[in-house]
Every structure is written in structure tokens, then in C-alpha cells.
Design a protein around this ligand. Structure first.
Ligand SMILES: [Zn+2]
Length: 133
């Protein structure tokens, strides 16, 4: 399978290699461009400014809403493409994982109710005792 190099546009075989220059991941690169970006990243910056301009602007303006760039930990999921089998596996795992969670909630609820009932019954028995002394 032939791939086009991101830098020189030359078609080459294989998956290609990647280079990280000025916070931009360049992929795929042919062997020559990979060597060049490894040895002299500054010359790549000067020779191919379009790569860095384009990457920057698309990262900020289109692929990411502005409020997300302020808080990079927020992720907005708009759609999930997932094979049916993986989704079934995920849902089964989810259902199984919900069992201990349900147990914890049930135990917590039982304790809370037990405490509430104990306090209430204690209070009422105290009131009843005071009235019918
Ligand atoms: Zn190349």
C-alpha cells in the first residue's frame, strides 16, 4: 500500500514514520523526510511552514470549540462509531460492573434508613413516655 509523504508529497511503501516538531505531529513521512526532520527540525520549519500553519489553525478553530481549549480536560462526545460486537461486550461489562456499585448503594441506603428509623423511633418513644407518665 502506497502512502503519500506529508512533507514532500512523494508516494512510498509502508506505514511511514512520524516526527514531532514545534508541537505538531507530522505523519506520515517518508524515510528521507524523517531523517531530515530528525537531524534539522529548524530547516523543516522554514521549508514547510504550511504544515505548521494549517495544523495550528485547524486544531484551534474547527476541530475544537473555543471553550474546550480553555479547559483541555473537557471532552465532548458527539457520536460513537462502534462495531456491534464490541458494543455488546462493553454493555455486558458495564452491567457486570454495575453489580458491585448497586451493592454499595444498597448497603449505604440500608444504613441511612436504619439510622433514620432508630433516631425517629427513639424520639417518638421518648415523647410517648413523657406524655403517658
Ligand atoms: Zn517525504
Amino acid at each position: 500500500m502506497a502512502t503519500d509523504c506529508l512533507m514532500c508529497g512523494k508516494a512510498f511503501n509502508g506505514t511511514g514514520s512520524s516526527a514531532h516538531i514545534a508541537d505538531v505531529l507530522l505523519f506520515p513521512l517518508c524515510c528521507d523526510c524523517h531523517v531530515q526532520s530528525d537531524q534539522d527540525p529548524q530547516s523543516v520549519l522554514r521549508k514547510y511552514p504550511r504544515l505548521f500553519d494549517k495544523r495550528r489553525s485547524t486544531t484551534i478553530s474547527t476541530s475544537m470549540p473555543t471553550f474546550v481549549s480553555d479547559t483541555p480536560r473537557h471532552v465532548i462526545v458527539t457520536d460513537v462509531h462502534m462495531p456491534f460486537g464490541s458494543m455488546v461486550t462493553l454493555m455486558v461489562k458495564w452491567a457486570l460492573a454495575s453489580i458491585p456499585a448497586m451493592l454499595m448503594l444498597a448497603i449505604t441506603g440500608c444504613l441511612a434508613w436504619w439510622l433514620t428509623l432508630a433516631v425517629l423511633s427513639g424520639t417518638f418513644s421518648g415523647i410517648v413516655k413523657t406524655i403517658f407518665q
